[in-house]
Design a protein around this ligand. Structure first.
Ligand code: UDX
Length: 445
């Protein structure tokens, strides 16, 4: 089966590479020439465990191709996946320019009845708009008689675990337009997702709007869960409770579940911040207040100021102090720094006059680019020990496994002073930690 994927971001690239490994013949289209060149050479533009190895294997076997050219990418496609980005605009709404452009482009080369599957996270009603754009373009080519179905098939994979999540989804959601031939599309989906059927992964068929909303709803709910536990963590610090025990106790309740209850410095990344803002915008446009999601977003922002206040309380004036930051990516096992809480904390500390040293196993290059304007105030270090050297205070902002194994005595000995804010509670159970540092975890003494 010939599969064409438009967009080689996290979702499109993982989908393309893994499907090629499952035996499909895959063509990936992108309009970024540098990216396409990099991919052709077997290099992944993103750090994602397992991805580059499989990419190299599929290139070697001829199962995957990368191109800038829609014509060659579309003409032999049995199914087309749309996986272009939908980044936020200033008002929080999704920028649909890329998906509109991709839909127009692909319509120039369709020559038979086609199934288009949207993986991108898009506001409710967008899939119907995509279909209209494609049909309008086809009419211009006098090919309005082609039967084109656009279905919504949102992707729930996590960065850092994207390959695993693609192969082991909790569920597959398929939203179908009520005017389309549901049974025919179901048959196609069973063919494309045979691998998942064998694994008995639930496939939920529903209408387009429900599928579209299910993605936003899942991400918004998880964001609320994180803000909720972080708010309880701040209360725990005030009243002498231990948030990690609170999370454990809550997690034993099956109705609550034990995941996404780790207190920290708030959610970041390319999805939760973007999708929560988008759902607030969609709510506003539909006269629904969405006050719960709104509070979760607001608390997630406020939390950074609460934590800065905590640093100032313990450390005194941060002006002129050297502060070392461990971890820049928004979470471990990724080089993605989009909406990373670490970056927000760094900016706030610099504005207060601190000198910053940073180290991250993967996030350094992207941070250098993002914080170019702050380069006078930031020193990029080769490892955690160089980062800690001569500093007044250490802040652990991303829970990379590598940090768990660092030599705490060595870290303490190279530092000027010994304040340690562990914003991911990586060392909260380490019995020795207080022998070395003035140690401040999140949500517990
Ligand atoms: C998320 C969703 O999990 C995924 O289903 C969707 O497709 C894309 O968005 P991702 O952004 O890769 O995936 O990261 P995830 O692991 O969900 O973490 C999101 C943020 O929440 C990170 O900043 C993480 O540090 C934070 N988080 C997560 C917590 O602070 N506490 C937790 O208990 C869990």
């Amino acid at each position: 089966m010939n599969v064409t994927i438009i967009g080689t971001g996290y979702i499109g690239l993982v989908q393309g590479v893994v499907m090629s490994d499952l035996g499909f013949d895959v063509v990936c289209i992108d309009n970024d020439a540098t990216k396409i060149e990099t991919l052709k050479q077997g290099k992944s533009p993103i750090y994602e465990p397992g991805l580059e190895e499989t990419l190299k294997k599929s290139l070697k076997n001829g199962k995957i191709k990368f191109t800038l050219d829609y014509n060659s990418g579309i003409k032999n496609a049995d199914v087309i996946f749309l996986a272009v980005g939908t980044p936020p605009l200033a008002d929080g709404s999704s920028n649909l320019n890329y998906i509109t452009a991709a839909s127009k482009n692909l319509a120039q080369f369709l020559s038979k009845d086609s199934l288009i599957i949207t993986k991108s996270t898009v506001p409710m009603g967008t899939n119907k708009k995509i279909k209209k754009i494609i049909l309008d373009e086809l009419k211009k080519r006098n090919m309005g008689n082609l039967n084109v179905s656009v279905i919504s098939n949102p992707e729930f994979l996590r960065e850092g675990k994207a390959v695993y999540d693609f192969l082991n989804p909790d569920r597959i959601v398929v939203g179908i337009d009520e005017n389309d031939n549901k049974e025919k599309i179901k048959k196609e989906i069973y063919k494309i997702y045979k691998y998942f059927l064998k694994k008995q992964i639930p496939i939920i068929f529903t209408n387009l709007e429900t599928a579209e909303l299910s993605k936003y709803s899942s991400n918004a709910f998880l964001s609320v869960k994180i803000s909720f536990i972080n708010e309880m963590a701040m209360l725990s610090e005030k009243i002498g409770a231990n948030i990690e025990d609170v999370s454990k106790i809550m997690g034993f309740d099956h109705r609550i579940g034990n995941q996404f209850l780790n207190a920290g410095l708030g959610f970041g990344g390319s999805c939760f911040p973007k999708d929560t803002l988008a759902i607030l915008n969609i709510g506003k446009n539909n006269d629904c207040e969405m006050s719960i999601v709104n509070s979760a977003v607001k608390f997630n922002d406020d939390l950074k100021d609460i934590l800065i206040k905590k640093i100032k309380n313990k450390l005194g004036n941060v002006k002129g102090k050297t502060i070392s930051i461990l971890g820049l990516s928004f979470k471990p096992e990724t080089d993605d720094i989009r909406e990373s809480p670490a970056i927000k904390i760094i900016k706030k500390l610099i504005n207060l006059g601190a000198k910053i040293k940073v180290y991250c196993p993967q996030g350094m290059e992207k941070t250098k680019r993002e914080l170019e304007n702050y380069s006078d105030c930031i020193k990029y270090c080769k490892n955690e020990y160089k980062c800690a050297k001569n500093s007044d205070c250490l802040i652990l902002t991303t829970e990379w496994e590598q940090f768990k194994n660092m030599d705490l005595e060595k870290i303490k000995n190279v530092m000027k002073s010994n304040y340690f804010f562990d914003f991911r509670n990586m060392f909260s159970d380490n019995k020795n930690i207080r022998n070395y540092f003035h140690y401040y975890p999140i949500g517990r003494n």
